[in-house]
Design a protein around this ligand. Structure first.
Ligand code: GLP
Length: 244
């Protein structure tokens, strides 16, 4: 079931999402958290860091798995998702580095990297709470619109729309990696609870397609309609095209 909440602004969205993470870890100190990159979750991570710094939450027993990573970027590359996580969350909280998992952009054997990643998630007991952003084209993680839903962690070729959207972080569109590793739709759907965040007018079409459109791999996020426990947090602008 999908519950949609319209929040006042991105700050309120961040507070609401962080509250879900805090509740999850309070209930289960060794929770497995699924994490995302992109600009959308940054306020959530700031709130989580604040909660740690004020003694509200302890991350020492938590395990994390990130959704995706660019192929070819080293963990020290400023646009790698490992670097993003270190900067925006991990270095501000007390999670041991060995408990944080991000696919390696430099893996020598992509198939083994993806297979091991999927197995590690399963061995950890599965993801308790997964945070998701939303691509302008309806992608989740790096699962791009396609003819079929991908089950497990795999390599993808990024679409022009995603390269365009993400080039703002690179010197030019040419610098954006063309491939990425991503958890599959099946991996994401196995999470016990999901919180998806979207803000801004550029996401309004994707939000409407995800919530009210048909379930189709052409809008990968639409599959979330079939998940038993999804919270969608949006601002007014992203909610503008919802009709119900
Ligand atoms: C990227 C990421 C997604 C993210 C999306 C939206 O391509 N792989 O996980 O949700 O784009 O990014 P943003 O939050 O910056 O709009």
């Amino acid at each position: 079931m999908m519950k949609v909440h319209i929040c006042k602004d991105t700050e309120a969205m961040g507070k609401a999402a962080a509250a879900l993470f805090i509740a999850c870890v309070e209930e289960k100190p060794n929770a497995v958290l699924g994490l995302a990159t992109g600009s959308t979750p940054i306020p959530t991570y700031s709130e989580m860091a604040k909660a740690y710094q004020t003694g509200v939450i302890d991350f020492s027993k938590v395990t994390t798995f990130n959704l995706d990573e660019y192929v070819g970027l080293a963990p020290t590359h400023e646009q790698s998702y490992r670097y993003f996580m270190e900067t925006n969350l991990f270095k501000h909280i007390n999670i041991p580095t060995e408990s944080t998992h991000v696919l390696s952009g430099l893996a020598a054997d992509p198939e083994a990297e993806c297979g091991n990643y999927e197995a590690m998630i399963d061995a950890a007991g599965g993801i308790d709470l997964q945070i998701l952003g939303l691509g302008n084209n309806g992608h989740i993680a790096f699962n791009e619109p396609a003819d079929a839903f991908a089950a497990t962690t795999h390599t993808v070729t990024l679409t022009e729309s995603t390269i365009e959207a993400n080039k703002r972080f690179f010197e030019s569109a040419d610098e954006v990696p063309r491939k990425a590793y991503t958890m599959g739709i099946g991996s994401i759907m196995k999470a016990k609870k999901i919180v998806l965040l979207a803000n801004g007018a550029a996401k309004a079409d994707a939000v409407a397609a995800m919530v009210e459109g048909p379930v189709t791999p052409q809008c990968p996020a639409s599959i979330l309609q079939f998940h038993p426990n999804v919270v969608v947090l949006v601002d007014e602008a992203a909610a503008a095209k919802l009709t119900k």
